[in-house]
Each structure stands twice: as C-alpha cells, then as structure tokens.
Design a protein around this ligand. Sequence first.
Ligand code: AMP
Ligand code: MG
Length: 402
Amino acid sequence: MKSFEEASRIIEEEFNKITLDIEPVKLENALHRTLAEDVVADVDLPPFDNSAMDGIAVKFNEQIKEWNVIGEIPAGKYQEYELDEHSAVKIMTGSRLPGFCDTVIPVEDIDVNNSTAVLKENVRYVKGMNIRKQASDLKKGEVSISKNTYLLPRHLATAASCGKDNLLVYKPLTFAVLATGDELIPVNEVPVGDKIRISNTYSLLASVEEINMKAVNLGIVKDDKNILLEKIDNALKSDIDVLITTGGVSVGEFDFVKDVFEGLGVDVKFWKAFIKPGKPIVFGVHEKDKKKKLVFGLPGNPVSSLVNFEIFVHDNINRLYNQPLRERVKAVLMNDLKKKDNKRHFMRGILSVNDKGEYEVSSKFSQSSGNLVEMSRANCLIVIEEGIHNPVKGTVVKCIKM
Ligand code: AMP
Ligand code: MG
C-alpha cells in the first residue's frame, strides 16, 4: 500500500519518461494543441510603416496647420504622390504610409473644406503620431511563439501573420478504456435483476478528451479470467499509450485484473493507495519492443474511478503538454466533515464565492464512492490530508476545482 504522495510520485515519474511524438496540423485545427517548434516571423511585423487611424498623412512641421489634400491611399491600394510640407494625402487605418510622411492626423482633429485640411484648435499634434512602424511588433527571423506553448486563439493569429499555415505540435496520447464486470449492460438497455448500466466508461472517455488526448472505447468485458486476458492482451498489443480498466481490482473472488496484468508482463509499480475514494488502484508499466504503455486498473465504483483519474492522470498530462492545471484554492468549510481514518480523502464539495470574495465550500454529500449523482452535483474535490480528522465548520481546506 502506497501513501498518496508515494503513489503520485511513481505515476508522475512514469509520465515524465514519455517522449511525445510530433505531427503537423493545419493552423485551423491547432487550437488546444501544444507547439513543438518555435514559430519565427518570415517577414517584419508589420511589414511596412502604416497608419493606425483614418486621417491625413503629413510631414510634421509645427508651424504648418493647413494642408492641400492631393489624393488618398485606401488600405491595400498604395500609390506614390509628389508631396511637400504643405500637402497631405487621406489615409486609412492599415494603409501604407508614403515615405515622405511621418505623422498621421486623425480625421476627428481636422476640418476639411474642398481639398483643404485645417488642424482644429487645441488638438494634440506631435511628430510620429499614429504610425505603426515596420517591424515594431517583431523583426523578420525573431521568435513570435515559443516551442511548448499551449495554443489559444491569440497565438493562431500570430502564427498566421508569420506565414505558418501548418504547425508542428505534440501528438496526443491514446487512452483506451475497458470496463469489466458481469453486472454491466450497455446504456441503451434497461437494467433488470442485478444488472447496472455501464457509466464509468463515459466519465473516463470524457476526462481523456477534456485533457485533449485521444480516447478509445474498448467496451465491456465479463469477469472471466480467460476472456479478460485475451482482451487486455489485445489492448497491450495495440497502438495505444495508456490502458485504463475499471473494476475487478479489489480483493473479491472475481477480481482478476491485477493477476491478468502481471500474467501479461505488466510491471506492477503498486497496488492500492492509502486514499479515499479509489484505494484499490493498480498502476504498472508494460514494455515491449521499446514501446511503453502505462496501465491503470481503476476500481469500478463510479466515484473512485473518476477521482483516481483526476488525482493521478489529469494534471500529469496537463504538465506534460503545458496545458493549464486544475485550479487549486483554499476555502472555508461550511459544515463539519466526517473522517476517522488516516487516509488522504478527496471529498466531493460545492465551492462558491461569498460576498467578501472568499471561497466557501460545503459538502453535505454522503461521500459514498458509489454515488455518481452526488458527484455530478459537486464542482470540486476537498482534500483532507492524512493526519486531519473530522475537520469542523470554519476550517480552511484545500479544494481542487473540477
Ligand atoms: P468492482 O471494482 O469491480 O468491485 O466494482 C465496484 C462497484 O462498481 C460495483 O458496485 C460495480 O457494479 C460498480 N461498477 C463496476 N464497473 C462499473 C462501470 N463501468 N460503471 C458503473 N459501475 C461500475
Ligand atoms: Mg467487478
């Protein structure tokens, strides 16, 4: 039996050994991927001096307050004009600035009569105003987005300006989810007798997708050692990176999963963690032909399997891909909690912000590891550490937002 800290460290170590593959994606498909290259500007940004406003372009001279407007330059339609200090051209936002000019006076600051523009009284008129200088954002050859950036909409615009219609990103890991249990039936069947609908698979596949990984559903397998062995063997021979099974890892007579893992050469790193819920977890590594797979045997209880995923998988992947981690906050407990043992507990709670802007958390839930409806109403896990017993209302506790 491992403590939470030990179990976490073992799992994190194995995740950290993974070398991520790289693949190209089209720019429009790059959201929420992690960049595997530096993006470099292939041109100056902006590529030419241009106007930041609609107005007139002039050569600055403090003495001159009136200009003869001799033409206009719409954006994308540059043309040369013979200009002197007493002449100006109308210019639009983004239009290229004529080489002779160094200043743009906004349209709001001038009065135009026929083709004469006159500076209004008391307006701010300084040399160089309203010009976006060539390369003022970035010089050609400079890095605009660094390798390992988790890509958000704002990064994609920059990549586009740098001429990248494809980006190299890290390939997602493929997670396969296999449910075990004679009692399980598909969602579209009505349970009769002692059957229950399979639910874990759906929380886990969704959890995999939530962290931008690829999820594969391996369905349901009966509590039959031979069938289980064949199914897990096939999974271990397939092209997945992580195998997650649910159920069959406790000490019941039909809990074969750990034995099957070991029989198939999985190097079991630990079985059982001193936590609640999720204690029976098995974790191991399967290696064949230099290809490693991480193998998680999670308990069947719907709350346990999801909490195990949250605490042992979620943020390890986020760290690996530089994605945002689950937010952790301190909150004032709004009711007493029952905890008699020395395990680390992850209790389901409802987190909110009070009038003073402080976090409060309440948890009137039964904390049964079978109650998935209560779990669906919670929005955080309240972490109660090993040495703490029966924390009372008013205690400050650590919460992981979900
Ligand atoms: P086990 O870990 O196999 O002993 O299962 C513990 C509890 O979780 C039992 O009540 C099972 O019926 C239930 N259970 C197991 N697998 C699933 C599943 N995929 N979906 C929903 N409940 C499950
Ligand atoms: Mg079972």
